[in-house]
Design a protein around this ligand. Structure first.
Ligand SMILES: [Zn+2]
Length: 269
């Protein structure tokens, strides 16, 4: 027997666990499309909101999509069918489907955020924040981007790369030169975190697991660590389990489901 519940209740709960003020200034987390007073019929949880994900919700009879990436990230001036963003939003509105994003606030949520999830998948539990947000340190809260994992046992580098490939189910790892040093400290940051390379070097990480390095940025490893670029989608897909776990910890009365759509726009050959 399910009790009727409004979309607002889900949002209030999510934001009590992962507050919106943890998000970066450039971000657009929160409710993007929809009315909070609508009665919830169910939620699809996905990394990206695409047309296919909206179709999936329609098929299931669910009226909410909760994604890590906000479908509207920068200002848009037109909502037409010419871009995937426009088509996705139009379809959601036509079908009365709410779209909610839990993005950099979830990245910055140390206890159970995106990078912590990757660390746990790898079996690493001795963690600290890689790039703490100072304003929250004053409030005695651990908030920030990325994690540093201190490993219980050392790996050699090639064994370590094979290990993460297997544990995270990766097709490909792009990595910089092997240094012939043991791996005992690892910096991890889900998504595009090349901006944290110097931070990872300064904390003495042997490997930096992240995504979206550009060609010239790889040179900046300077043999001080190994950059292991595992792909953006691959580094963040586990986020959907994280959101699911947060939700089902509190609610068991509504339908929530992980998407079956592979939203990764990148293929490997
Ligand atoms: Zn991302």
């Amino acid at each position: 027997m399910t009790t009727p519940m409004k979309i607002k209740e889900v949002i209030d709960y999510l934001e009590s666990v992962v507050p919106l003020d943890y998000q970066e200034k450039y971000d657009n987390s929160g409710l993007i499309v929809g009315n909070t007073n609508t009665e919830l019929t169910g939620a699809v949880i996905s990394l990206d909101t695409t047309e296919a994900v909206i179709d999936e919700a329609i098929k299931l009879g669910y009226n909410m999509v909760i994604s890590h990436h906000p479908v509207i990230f920068q200002g848009i001036k037109k909502l037409t069918g010419k871009t995937y963003i426009g088509r996705t939003i139009l379809k959601a509105i036509k079908n009365d489907i709410a779209i909610y994003a839990i993005h950099t606030n979830l990245d910055n949520y140390f206890c159970n955020g995106v990078s912590t999830k990757i660390a746990h998948k790898l079996g690493f539990n001795n963690l600290e924040v890689l790039d703490p947000k100072r304003e929250f340190l004053l409030k005695n809260k651990q908030v920030g981007t990325g994690v540093i994992a201190t490993l219980e046992e050392q790996f050699d580098e090639i064994t370590f790369l094979h290990y993460i490939k297997e544990k995270l189910n990766l097709n490909v790892i792009k990595y910089t030169n092997i240094r012939n040093k043991p791996v005992s400290k690892v910096a991890i940051c889900g998504g595009a975190c090349s901006f944290l390379l110097n931070k990872a070097i300064s904390v003495g990480a042997d490997v930096f697991i992240t995504a979206d390095f550009k060609y010239h940025e790889y040179f900046n490893a300077e043999n001080k660590l190994i950059i292991a670029d595992i792909g953006h989608y691959e580094s963040e897909i586990h986020t959907i389990e994280l959101i699911y776990d947060i939700l089902t910890k509190k609610f068991n009365t509504f339908a929530a489901r992980l998407t079956n759509v592979i939203t990764n726009p990148v293929n490997y050959m």
